[in-house]
Unconditional design. Structure first.
Length: 229
């Protein structure tokens, strides 16, 4: 099981943690990642392209000239596809490009992407982002102290509002929630930064869509249990 140092915003090491082998230690499946990323990119296409057929183009109801005697080729409408201003034959129509991808494939592709970054030493774990107030200067200094450069994928919880506002103005930093972590964003980034609290720990972790994180499930179910009692 690989381990990684836990560091603070100043770059100092404050601890050590193990990376789960079933998330950060699998053999990357390149064809699987390609298939999942292709499906994800296809799913975000708007698909609102549209053309008019000869039946939908305005005009063209009158025969341009008589059938015989003019010496020209016979024509029935000025809105036929071969006419300027005519309709489009077999042109694009509004459609959905979404592809159904099994959840297990999506989860496996994410594990492959995270394992690839971990093998390159590009996974960073921070103890906490203790920003007293949102300030981009502090966020930039923190990344420099961590030795992180290039494109960065920063995994933040919803409660870390000050950190999110501090990092969001940096051009090469992409913020993402733990529940929205995906293979495409991981592969598009040079570094992936977690905090101690949102680092995936294996089955039941935030990176497995099949098994959502149940950290707060016990607290939520407690009032119901008391009422039933």
């Amino acid at each position: 099981m690989a381990s990684v140092d836990i560091r603070n915003a100043s770059g100092a090491t404050v601890g050590n943690t193990d990376l789960a082998d079933d998330i950060f230690g699998v053999t990357p499946n390149v064809p699987l990642m390609h298939q999942v990323v292709t499906a994800q990119l296809a799913g975000i296409r708007s698909g609102d392209h549209s053309t008019l057929t000869r039946a939908e183009v305005r005009g063209g109801g009158r025969k341009p000239w008589r059938q015989k005697g003019s010496g020209r080729a016979r024509q029935g409408s000025t809105r036929a596809p071969h006419w300027r201003g005519g309709g489009v034959a077999m042109g694009p129509r509004p459609r959905s490009y979404a592809q159904r991808t099994p959840k297990k494939m999506v989860a496996a592709a994410l594990r492959s992407a995270l394992s690839d970054r971990a093998a390159e030493g590009k996974v960073v774990v921070v103890d906490a982002w203790d920003f007293p107030a949102p300030k981009t200067r502090d966020a930039k200094a923190a990344l420099a102290a961590l030795g992180v450069n290039g494109r960065v994928l920063l995994v933040l919880d919803r409660e870390q509002e000050a950190a999110a506002k501090s990092f969001r103005n940096l051009p090469k930093v992409h913020l993402i929630l733990p529940s929205e972590l995906n293979a495409y964003d991981v592969l598009c980034s040079d570094w992936v930064i977690f905090t101690r609290d949102n680092l995936p720990t294996g089955a039941g972790g935030s990176t497995d869509p099949e098994m959502p994180d149940t950290t707060h499930a016990t607290d939520a179910a407690a009032p119901d249990a008391e009422e039933n009692a």
